[in-house]
Design a protein around this ligand. Structure first.
Ligand code: DAH
Length: 344
């Protein structure tokens, strides 16, 4: 028996065993050397005929075992490296997979409606004025021509500060009118969004906190017709070009004459009937010509200037817009409710 042949197998076996495969490059080198079409094991098979006939079978078996051990080492290393030999050019994560959904926050429906209203008025030159929520009696009531004995001042409606009865949580954004008029002279053209408070029992229709938007326009020669056109423009922008509006005479201490504006909602089904109390009309805001007494209270010459004002509740508008049946839903911060406004 020629020892050489057997030694070749042993040598090859140690080469396979010693070959270090710790990256994709080495894995590929290994494959080419021991398993490729010009691999180094193949030529050994030609030596079968050099082996004594009675040992050929055993020699062949050893060669096959050698080949298998190379294949096995390749497979093991490949799965240990976790990828195909072309690892280098492929990122370890699959970029074609869809990403995990990233939850998007939603704006609160009140904020959505408020922004929309503010936007409509900003387009025609109104600027936003924001003021304090804890207001003194004078700005909230007296300056706004609300006499001492007016029911709005009643303890039932107003939250007074415990330590100082001269301060209230503002009951309406009309207090911002007084703030602005005492600080500046006409022309004044502001819109004032914000939170207001009333000492009311909480129910499906009313809450002790809600939001309003106030508008005020003062200049020389401002007329009721200007107010009507401005409000018509607003209604068209909010409710569509063919909206119908109507102004009903009303009373507010700070305006004279005063009115309430309704928009036509429709009377087609039971919900319309309920929302509009059977009239088909929806009351959206209070308005009027600023009472000269208010101008004088705030240091604006009522002989020279006239103006109009309006105020509206946001919750009502949000409830109509999104068909929200209960005002309390707007204050509960229930994520199941709020997440419905993600794309609103
Ligand atoms: N402040 C009134 C309220 O809270 C709403 C209002 C009515 C505001 C008429 C105005 C206005 O500016 O002119 O009910």
């Amino acid at each position: 028996m020629r020892m050489e042949e057997w030694k070749m197998i042993d040598d090859m076996q140690s080469q396979i065993a010693e070959f270090d495969i710790s990256n994709a490059d080495q894995l590929e080198q290994f494959r080419i050397r021991f398993l490729g079409s010009k691999n180094t094991i193949k030529p050994l098979f030609q030596h079968v005929r050099d082996v004594a006939p009675e040992l050929r079978k055993k020699f062949g078996q050893q060669l096959n075992a050698l080949k298998q051990s190379a294949e096995q080492k390749f497979e093991d290393a490949k799965s240990a490296l976790g990828s195909e030999p072309s690892n280098k050019t492929r990122p370890s994560i699959d970029l074609s997979l869809p990403p995990y959904p990233h939850p998007k926050g939603a704006q609160h429906p009140i904020q959505i409606v408020m922004n929309r209203i503010v936007d409509v008025f900003q387009r025609i030159g109104f600027t936003v004025a924001e003021e304090r929520e804890i207001e003194d009696d004078w700005h909230n009531f007296t300056a706004m021509n609300t006499p001492e004995n007016h029911p709005a001042r009643d303890m039932q409606d107003t939250f007074y500060l415990k330590d100082d009865m001269n301060y209230v949580l503002r009951t309406h954004t009309s207090s911002v009118q007084a703030r602005i008029m005492t600080q500046s002279q006409p022309p004044i053209r502001i819109i004032a969004p914000g939170r207001v408070y009333r000492n009311e029992t909480i129910s499906a229709r009313s809450h002790c906190q809600f939001h309003q938007i106030e508008g005020l326009y003062i200049d020389e020669g401002v007329s009721f017709a200007d107010m009507k056109q401005t409000l018509l423009y607003y209604a068209r922008a909010m409710y569509g070009e063919d909206v119908k509006i109507r102004l009903r005479p009303s009373y507010f201490p700070f305006t004279e004459p005063s009115a309430e504006m309704d928009v036509y909602w429709g009377l087609e089904n039971e919900i319309d009937y309920r929302i509009t109390k059977g009239t088909g009309w929806l009351e959206v805001l209070g308005c009027g010509m600023v009472d000269p007494a208010v101008l004088d209270n705030c240091g604006i010459d009522s002989k020279k200037y006239t103006g109009f004002a309006f105020g509206m509740g946001i919750e009502r508008q949000a409830m109509f817009t999104y068909r929200i049946p209960d005002i309390r839903m707007l204050f509960e911060n229930d994520i199941r409710f709020l997440s419905q406004f993600v794309n609103a």
